[in-house]
Design a protein around this ligand. Structure first.
Ligand SMILES: [Zn+2]
Ligand SMILES: [Zn+2]
Length: 367
């Protein structure tokens, strides 16, 4: 049996549709028909060769929702029930080794040096070859943590759970904040939208979002932002004045960087109150150094800085719960849908920021 995938063969060149053989499954491996594949901002960086983890050739796509077509032997969900053919599933995109110091001693599998990620660091040459979601089919290794998501929900709405959603869940897991806290979110992209939704869910009193797109800022308001500031029509000083005036002159309790832009770090740290926290989730590739006045903005203020690198199964679970609970709201995040053969157009729509979230629907062209 054969399947199709869009393959990145050369950086900055269009992905190419290739026909691939579906391999025999190893024990407890799962053959998945991809129903929806999220096109992530980090896919655009990978396509341009800006992410140092990217091997070539590769099938991109680390955000997937699909239907179980085949399973070799037995495989159970993280919740314990057996996985069955016909189930709709999503999974933790990262597979860690469960044996190293980070996995077994620190219990932080997202830091595992052996972590393999579908669509990110698993080349087309690596068995079982179907390692990315820009495809009609994907093979999940036995050690993948899988969730049954049921058949009612729109697959496209669920795809970002395992990426942006889980990353934001990870951030607030690293730094839980008390009920009523004021949270600043820099950047109204998918990460920022999830950050608004989580902050609201966790009981933030004020949620302030800064960003450069009026449309995205409006969306953040629908998700629960109490104030939005357009950085294209305000100066750094004006934003600072507004935020200080809303926080008794102190600054915010927690700021979340969701931009991947070093200049945001400098501004954001200046807006955190004494003893507050700065969570950085937006950098998916190295953008270069950022300069901060470490004594004034960090030490003197007793600020906690928390870098957040990817996520684990627990975070995927938390994000899935959030999206299931607010499915209508999250459906407004999906701005573009494409067929598998339109993956290049989808990457362009994400790269130009025309799309907030683009999703490939590989089965659309088949039916
Ligand atoms: Zn992603
Ligand atoms: Zn490990």
């Amino acid at each position: 049996m054969k399947t199709k995938a869009m393959v990145l063969e050369r950086f900055n060149a269009p992905l190419v549709m290739r026909e691939l053989e579906i391999p025999a499954l190893d024990d407890s491996a799962v053959l998945v028909r991809i129903d929806a594949a999220g096109v992530c901002g980090s896919d655009v960086h990978m396509w341009k060769g800006e992410d140092e983890r990217t091997p070539l050739p590769i099938v991109l796509g680390h955000e997937g929702v699909g239907t179980v077509v085949d399973v070799k032997g037995k495989k159970a969900y993280v919740t314990g029930e057996p996985l069955k053919i016909g189930d709709r599933i999503l999974w933790n995109r990262g597979v860690s080794c469960n044996r190293c110091y980070y996995c077994s001693v620190l219990n932080q599998p997202w830091l595992c040096p052996h972590r393999k990620v579908y669509g990110i660091n698993r080349p087309l040459s690596e068995p079982p070859y179907l390692n990315g979601c820009y495809a009609e089919h994907l093979v999940l290794a036995a050690s993948t943590d899988i969730f049954n998501v049921g058949l009612e929900m729109d697959s496209a709405v669920l795809v970002s759970v395992s990426c942006s959603g889980a990353t934001v869940a990870h951030a607030f897991d690293e730094h839980p904040f008390p009920y009523g806290s004021t949270v600043l979110i820099q950047g109204p992209g998918p990460l920022g939208v999830y950050a608004v939704a989580f902050a609201r869910h966790l009981g933030a009193g004020e949620i302030i979002v800064t960003g450069g797109s009026e449309h995205r800022l409006r969306l953040c308001k629908q998700f629960g932002a109490t104030a939005v500031l357009n950085r294209l029509t305000t100066t750094v000083e004006e934003r600072r004045e507004v935020i200080l005036s809303r926080t008794g002159g102190r600054g915010v309790d927690v700021a979340v960087e969701a931009t991947g832009d070093p200049s945001a770090v400098k501004e954001g740290l200046q807006l955190v109150r004494l003893g507050g926290a700065y969570l950085s989730i937006g950098f998916s590739q190295p953008p270069g150094a950022c300069t901060v006045d470490f004594y004034q903005e960090v030490v003197r203020k007793n600020v906690k800085i928390q870098g957040v690198w990817v996520s684990g199964t627990r975070h995927t679970f938390l994000a899935l719960h959030l999206v299931e609970k607010h499915r209508d709201l999250f459906s407004t995040m999906i701005t573009h849908r494409f067929g598998l053969d339109e993956a290049n157009e989808a990457l362009a729509a994400m790269g130009s920021r025309e799309a907030l979230k683009a999703v490939l629907m590989p089965q659309a062209a088949l039916s």
